[in-house]
Design a protein around this ligand. Structure first.
Ligand code: NAD
Length: 312
């Protein structure tokens, strides 16, 4: 198992060998998305610290970054030396303390407003006053998350896609009180990572999660009602619409818990029955069948969760 670097005292920051790198990025939550964002930023030359709540989860985050980079090397899109250099820019941590030296903090914890509000209040208490606080939320109102901090003008939505290294899009969502310079700094960061940025108003699900939630939920309803088999539903979307993945495959990649949370947030936000989650989705989440990250969803998967294998 890869060892976890212990938290550095503040005085050690100046002697950090990564201090020649342009900016320090602190990523909160080392799961599917946090590890992908960390991998992308480390490859772009940022000094990245990837954080989670336990040594085991932080170490798993590093493994996910390594796997993501391995996947890109294997596809011939990254030189092995660039992989090594990227990994030299990456550090992992337990807890938020080391967010104090970051200029950009990206939160990628689970999709819960209560959790994110608590986290942002904690992050603000540690972060430098100049740091930008970005959230990778798929669907929660940025303005509601920002309400948890003293300076909501520094909070912005920066929604990456899964798998981060393969997906060229980032959705940028200024909240009602986000300062324009914070929005522009977040745009510059995403652009520097090689992403195409689209801007959305701060409404539940923004553009992409709102579209995807309906598409995926409808596929689950069709499976639930016996309209067609799993494989035929996925084949219909792939061959009929040239989607690179079927919706049920995509739900397994996204995580059924995340997909359900997004639908519930859309329902809360719009009170429109088109966002009513299919009971099958709810039952599968209750049963722990979350997709790739737990090894079983609509399909079965190797047990190691991966951020590298998707093609969406
Ligand atoms: P995940 O479950 O894979 O990872 C979440 C990580 O956060 C876990 O490692 C967990 O241990 C950690 N965590 C939990 N509580 C924490 C805390 N208090 N402090 C620090 N870390 C904590 O989830 P994910 O799929 O990576 O989703 C993360 C965020 O990104 C969510 O807001 C989700 O909506 C969004 N998102 C997900 C996808 C996707 O395809 N999965 C795509 C775009 C955006």
């Amino acid at each position: 198992m890869t060892s976890v670097t212990p938290a550095a005292p503040a005085s050690a920051v100046d002697s950090d060998p990564r201090s020649s790198v342009r900016h320090r990025v602190f990523v909160v939550g080392a799961g599917i998305m946090g590890s992908g964002i960390a991998a992308q930023a480390a490859l772009a030359g940022y000094a990245v610290t990837l954080e989670d709540v336990s040594e085991e989860l932080a170490a798993r985050g590093r493994r996910l970054v390594e796997e993501a980079l391995d996947g890109v090397v294997q596809r011939g899109k990254l030189a092995p030396s660039a992989r090594e250099e990227g990994l030299r820019n990456l550090d992992v941590a337990i807890g938020l303390r080391r967010a104090d030296s970051a200029e950009i903090i990206v939160e990628a914890a689970p999709e819960s407003l209560e959790l994110k509000k608590r986290l942002f209040a904690e992050i603000e208490s540690v972060a430098s006053p100049q740091a930008i606080l970005a959230t990778n939320t798929s669907s929660l109102p940025i303005t509601s998350i920002a309400a948890a901090v003293r300076d909501p003008g520094r909070v912005v939505g920066l929604h990456f896609f899964n798998p981060v290294l393969a997906m060229p899009l980032v959705e940028l969502i200024p909240g009602a009180r986000t300062r324009p310079e914070v929005t522009e700094a977040a745009r510059a960061f995403a652009t520097d990572l090689g992403k195409r940025v689209v801007t959305s108003r701060d409404t539940p699900g923004f553009v992409t999660s709102r579209a995807l939630a309906v598409l995926g939920n409808e596929a689950v309803w069709m499976l639930y009602e016996g309209t067609a088999s799993r494989d035929d539903i996925d084949a219909a979307y792939k061959l009929g619409f040239r989607h690179p993945m079927g919706p049920l495959e995509l739900l397994d990649l996204v995580g059924l818990d995340t997909a359900l949370a997004i639908l519930d947030i859309l329902w809360d936000g719009f009170k429109d029955t088109k966002y009513r989650a299919c009971p099958l989705l709810r039952t599968m989440v209750a049963a722990g069948k979350l997709g790739r990250k737990t090894g079983e969803g609509f399909y079965t998967h190797p047990t190691t969760p991966s951020v590298a294998g998707g093609t969406a």
